[in-house]
Design a binder for this molecule. Structure first.
Ligand code: 6PG
Length: 245
């Protein structure tokens, strides 16, 4: 596990952007495409705005047309709703960069039937990655955030979906949100070549300490352990303020 402490949220976004640039260029030159699963939330929004800023190098240097975009999780609202993660990503990045629309694989969260949405996204993954039964996709890069309760993607503490070993995508009912979420499951998240957590702000310092230095198996974020991949935590100084070293 790598842990990098950056000065502030801008530096953290810049470091994440460098990782995406280096990895996407390397993988595209070998294999022709690069698969990434994006998270929602405020922290990645800054990163997406940086990547799509024409005044910064990422806009010109990223192999946009060879990047295939997926989402780790989604809220149960359609793409026109500002709470929708695809909506946020589109506004902050995808609507401003030369990405062909067939490279954008959003979660079809507008359907009222939550189980159907999860099944449909699983089908999209199986088809794109040409998966055989029982296998999980191997994303080149998965970006994750962490909530104050230790959730990541839409894997919330105490939800059954944490035990899911077969399905690739699930629609957990999240009691405290009084609604469904859609999320890639642990077999998918832990099969990635690289997982990068982005965690910013003083309000995350307590939970970050518990997740990184406390007893194991208490929070969903601790269940992220890529089996044969690299795990990196990018955190800012404020979020790191309670860590021992
Ligand atoms: C979402 C997420 C979620 C997020 C964390 C952290 O849809 O909200 O994908 O898991 O990453 O809640 O969010 P912040 O970056 O806003 O703190």
């Amino acid at each position: 596990m790598n842990l990098e402490v950056l000065t502030n949220a801008d530096e953290l976004a810049a470091r994440a952007a460098e990782i995406i640039l280096a990895q996407s260029r390397a993988v595209v030159s070998q294999r022709g495409n690069f698969t990434i699963a994006l998270s929602g939330g405020a922290t990645p929004k800054r990163l997406y705005e940086l990547l799509s800023n024409p005044a910064r190098k990422f806009y010109a240097q990223l192999p946009w047309s060879a990047i295939q975009f997926f989402w780790t999780d989604e809220r149960h609202v359609g793409p026109e709703n500002s709470d929708n993660n695809f909506h946020m990503t589109y506004e902050a990045m995808l609507g401003r960069v030369p990405v062909p629309k067939e490279n954008v694989h959003r979660i079809p969260a507008e359907d009222a039937n939550a189980a159907k949405v999860a099944g449909e996204y699983e089908r999209i993954l199986v088809e794109f990655f040409e998966l055989s039964a029982g296998s999980a996709p191997r994303f080149d890069l998965i970006l994750l955030g962490m909530g104050n309760d230790g959730h990541t993607a839409s894997l919330f503490p105490g939800t059954e979906v944490l035990n899911e070993r077969t399905r690739l995508v699930a629609a957990p009912w999240v009691e405290k949100l009084n609604g469904y979420r859609f999320t890639m499951t642990l077999p998918v998240l832990n099969n990635a070549a690289t997982v990068v957590f982005l965690v910013c702000g003083e309000e995350k310092s307590g939970i970050l300490k518990e997740v990184l230095e406390g007893p194991p198996d208490q929070y969903p974020a601790q269940a992220i352990k890529p089996a044969t991949g690299q795990l990196t935590w990018l955190i800012d100084r404020a979020a790191a303020s309670k860590l021992k070293s």
